[in-house]
Design a protein around this ligand. Structure first.
Ligand SMILES: [Zn+2]
Length: 157
């Protein structure tokens, strides 16, 4: 097991992020091809943890320092389009400037809030994209340990 200080010394197993290859491609062609910070929502079949769709958050406010999702639009699309189509939120993907491939304190607060609002989610996929290196760092937050971020593996399917 990784001895990274953010990983607790317990037997909790960290799940990988399962993602459709097409989604990975869409992420890198949008978020990966733009300056930080941009982002979007990760979606997949209700009851599964597989990510099968991605919605680039065009209307997010991007200051270059933080990524703030456009809650109103995302909430409306969730109610009107995604839930009726049988998909729900699996997490968020966003980019960071430089080479900072960890979730910030603000990111962690935001994710914890979403986990509290969505008690059916056992994990929250929060990969970080580093546009400067055209790289994606898979990170997951477990609802049982909402204060911890776990680097994990990305499984493309
Ligand atoms: Zn961030």
């Amino acid at each position: 097991m990784n001895k990274n200080s953010t990983i607790p010394n317990t037997k909790v197993s960290i799940p990988p992020i399962w993602m459709n290859r097409r989604v990975m491609c869409q992420i890198m062609c949008t978020i990966g091809a733009r300056p930080a910070e941009t982002g979007g929502i990760l979606l997949g079949p209700i009851g599964s943890s597989v990510i099968t769709a991605f919605h680039f958050d065009q209307s997010a406010s991007c200051s270059g320092v933080t990524y703030s999702p456009d809650h109103l639009t995302l909430r409306r699309m969730m109610q009107e389009a995604w839930l009726p189509a049988g998909v729900d939120m699996k997490g968020f993907v966003h980019s960071h400037p430089g080479s900072f491939d960890r979730l910030s304190e603000g990111d962690m607060i935001y994710i914890r809030r979403l986990l509290e609002k969505n008690p059916d989610m056992t994990s929250f996929a929060a990969p970080i994209v580093i546009p400067g290196a055209f790289r994606l760092r898979p990170i997951i937050v477990l609802s049982s340990q909402p204060a911890l971020q776990h680097p994990t593996t990305l499984r493309l399917i």
